[in-house]
Design a binder for this molecule. Structure first.
Ligand code: F3S
Length: 115
C-alpha cells in the first residue's frame, strides 16, 4: 500500500482522490487517508501529490514519522467513526461515503503550519 504523510495536513489538495482508480483515498478534516485494504499499489497518487506527501509503505517503514502515519491510517479506517458496523471503506469506495470530515488523534494534535 501507500501512505499519506504529515505534509498533507492543512493542504488537503485532493488531486490524489481524483486519480485513484479504486477510489480508496478518504478525505478527513485536515488530511486524507489511504485505505490499505483496497489500494492496488498503482502509485498514481504519489505522482500527483503537489507536496510529495505520499510514499509507498516500504519507504514509510524506514522513517519514524511516516511510519507513524502508516499506523495512523489503519486507526482511521477502524476507529474514526465509532458505531459503524464495518470498518470505513470496507466495502465501498470513498465516493460512496463522501468526505469524512474527521481526523485521527495524531492528525488532530498536529500543530498548524506557521503562516
Ligand atoms: Fe489509489 Fe494511490 Fe493506491 S492511487 S490504488 S491509493 S497507490
Amino acid at each position: 500500500t501507500y501512505v499519506i504523510g504529515a505534509d498533507c495536513i492543512d493542504v488537503l489538495d485532493r488531486s490524489c482522490v481524483d486519480v485513484c482508480p479504486v477510489d480508496c483515498i478518504y478525505v478527513g478534516e485536515r488530511k486524507s487517508y489511504i485505505n490499505a485494504s483496497a489500494c492496488i499499489d498503482c502509485g498514481a497518487c504519489e505522482v500527483e501529490c503537489p507536496v510529495s506527501a505520499i510514499v509507498a509503505d516500504r519507504v514509510a517503514r524506514r522513517d519514524e514519522t511516516l511510519n507513524a502515519h502508516l499506523e495512523d491510517s489503519r486507526a482511521f479506517f477502524l476507529d474514526v467513526l465509532p458505531g459503524r458496523d464495518l470498518p470505513l471503506g470496507d466495502p465501498g469506495g470513498a465516493g460512496l461515503t463522501g468526505e469524512i470530515g474527521t481526523d485521527t488523534a495524531l492528525v488532530t494534535a498536529h500543530l498548524p503550519k506557521p503562516p
